[in-house]
Design a protein around this ligand. Structure first.
Ligand SMILES: [Zn+2]
Length: 638
């Protein structure tokens, strides 16, 4: 089922200014500062077993839950991000820090292979008694992804071997066979990690267990979480209460192939769908693929913010009902947009269809990248689309999941640029890369040069070792109103199919493809079923969604500004906003509500005056980097 496979990020050198800057920031500042925070918050200390457990840093909620149960996952994600960083640039200090953590896990691991520092340190008798709430497989999944990344970057296998011992223990306890627990985790994650491990080792048992977890999820009666709870009650060991009254929260309300609406906790959902799409490709499972397509359509048609943020509600950190996309209270967790990128990439490799790459790109440049500050050490957990000026980026969070999700994404972003098949190369993203890809029995040097995402003027140089015929597939983004292509200076009249333009010819050293994707500043309107956006407009240029921020629009809250429908949108490259970083802004003539003359009056019969103004919009991902200001993505129309 899977024809194209991603070209892995260590094989892709980032050369374009945009991603070099983000990558260098993550390598130099984000990764080291995250390790420091893991230390300051006691997370690294929690691995040093045995030791008397200190009082909880984050006390249990009224329902009995504490975020400390998933501290292992934060360490796993940091190792993963740091390992991706090592693939760009070896760093003895970072490697020593990872080795120290591996030492701790090795010492902590139980003789039977079990490895979870929360349970081993505090409640060893309760292990595997509450997968519904306490994230044991979720932790294992993130530790495993870290171990895979570390092995791939350094060739060191100790950490991976520790995790394989743990997995063997999990496989001995859980599974479909009689006498084993028939269960799965309330927070999906391990499924996609196991498929990664299968790709690395080709050991079928990992794929089989991922398949088991996907197939088992949601089967009832009896529901696994009820069985688990009854066993806890019988033993009298735990009265921890489930926070949500239904199993939609963890996408376990029915078998996954029967699920047709996206529900519950957004990050859990995205990790599940990522694994489902991966598994569908691996097994050629049409029913699973169909379920993925139905769920994809549900998200795209009714549940995604224009920034590719997901999950409007803080209550369940997730989805509510169709078209419920409030702006100021949007939860839109950074992790959810990062995970949407994972899902979109798996869908793209089920079907090379530009709709998936479009969303991958949208999430990357907007909902995900907004989670990381310019300085690389401050973050957003929630990514609202409007602010009264009280939202600030934080340097750490009670639940630091988003911090390492965005750093591991940026450190591995090269892996999303292109894919290869026996007979072709497909370009999904542009932005200045070089790599070498095996196609049609020869090695093809590839260099893509552009100032994307600011400009759609793209040049691709191909250098096959020997002349060979193969496909070069160029993504023509959904936002592109027009395009032109030349091969060796000659215009090509081919048209795209499913978002990709295919050039098939015998390619020789020195061949050059020029792709021009004119980037036009334009308006976007929401389906009127999204009540919050009626009478409002958002702005887009290329892959970026824009916002108005107070820093660029002084004189009052940006909510006072209205954009006339006929006003011309002017794009301009500015280097004065972020210390020399070139940024394309959009400006337009606007109307501003006069704020004066109200004094202490709350309501009055005289309408406020209006005056001519100018508005300036900048890419959404850049907001909240220059102090606190009001911000709005959906601008009222005049
Ligand atoms: Zn998060």
């Amino acid at each position: 089922m899977r024809k194209y496979a991603p070209v892995s990020f260590p094989d892709v050198r980032l050369e374009g200014d945009f991603w070099r800057e983000r990558l260098d920031t993550v390598l130099a500042r984000t990764i080291p500062s995250q390790h420091k925070k893991l230390g300051e918050y006691g997370i690294l200390d929690s691995l040093k077993l045995p030791q008397p457990p200190p009082p909880l840093r984050f006390p249990r909620h009224a329902n009995g839950f504490t975020v400390q149960v998933f501290w292992d996952s934060d360490v796993g994600k940091w190792i993963e991000a740091a390992s991706y960083a090592l693939a760009h640039r070896r760093d003895a200090d970072i490697e020593a820090k990872i080795e120290a953590i591996v030492d701790d896990f090795e010492k902590a691991q139980a003789p039977d292979g079990y490895l979870n520092c929360w349970y081993l340190g505090r409640e060893p008798e309760k292990r595997f008694t509450n997968l519904r709430d306490n994230h044991e497989f979720y932790n294992a999944g993130h530790l495993l992804e870290g171990a895979i990344a570390y092995f791939q970057s350094t060739g060191r296998r100790r950490w991976l071997s520790i995790m394989e011992r743990y997995l063997d223990h999990i496989y001995a306890v859980f599974g479909s066979e009689a006498g084993k627990k028939h269960g799965y985790d309330g927070h999906e994650e391990i499924e996609l990690a196991l498929i990664k491990l299968y790709h690395l080792t080709k050991d079928r048992k990992h794929l089989d267990f991922a398949t088991y977890l996907i197939n088992e999820r949601g089967h009832q009666p009896p529901h696994f979480f009820d069985v688990e709870r009854e066993e806890r009650e019988k033993k009298g060991i735990d009265t921890q209460r489930y926070v949500f009254p239904n199993y939609e929260y963890s996408q376990s309300h029915k078998p996954v192939r029967e699920q047709d609406k996206v529900v519950g906790h957004a990050v859990r959902a995205m990790y599940l769908y990522t694994a489902m799409a991966d598994l569908a490709a691996e097994l050629g499972d049409e029913a699973l693929k169909h379920a993925c397509e139905v769920l994809w359509k549900d998200v795209m048609d009714t549940k995604m913010y224009v920034t590719a943020g997901l999950g409007p509600s803080a209550h369940n950190e997730g989805f509510t009902w169709d078209y419920d996309l409030p702006n100021e209270t949007a939860y839109a967790e950074t992790c959810a947009s990062v995970a949407l990128i994972f899902w979109a990439q798996r869908m793209l490799h089920l079907d090379l269809d530009g709709q998936y790459a479009d969303i991958l790109e949208l999430a990357l440049f907007n909902g995900a990248l907004s989670g990381l500050s310019r300085d690389g050490t401050h973050y957003f957990y929630a990514n609202p689309l409007e602010s009264d000026g009280r939202d600030t980026r934080w340097d750490w969070h009670t639940c630091p999941c988003c911090t390492m999700n965005v750093s591991r994404l940026v450190a591995s972003v090269g892996g999303y640029f292109l894919s290869a098949a026996e007979d072709g190369i497909a370009f999904h993203l542009y932005g200045g890369i070089s790599t070498s890809v095996g196609v049609a029995g020869t090695e093809v040097g590839v260099r893509e040069i552009s100032n994307y995402p600011w400009s759609g003027d793209i040049r691709i140089e191909l250098s096959p070792e020997t002349p060979k015929a193969f496909d070069v597939k160029l993504r023509i983004p959904g936002w592109a109103k027009s395009f032109s292509v030349k091969v060796n200076g000659e215009a090509v009249s081919a048209q795209p199919a499913n978002g990709y333009l295919t050039l098939n010819r015998t390619w020789s050293k020195g061949d050059v493809v020029e792709l021009d994707l004119p980037m036009v500043a334009e308006r976007l309107y929401a389906n009127p079923s999204v009540k919050m956006d009626i009478g409002r407009v958002s702005l887009r240029r290329g892959p970026f969604v824009y916002c108005l921020e107070g820093a660029d629009n002084p004189g009052g809250p940006v909510q006072r500004l209205k954009l006339p429908r006929a006003a011309e949108l002017k794009a301009q490259t500015r280097s004065d906003l972020f210390g020399g970083l070139p940024v394309v802004t959009i400006s337009a003539d606007a109307v501003a509500i006069d704020q004066g003359g109200w004094e202490k009056t709350l309501y009055r019969t005289d309408p406020p005056g209006q005056e001519k103004a100018t508005l300036t919009a900048l890419p959404y991902y850049l907001w909240a980097n220059r102090g606190t200001h009001s911000m709005v993505v959906w601008v009222p129309e005049a």
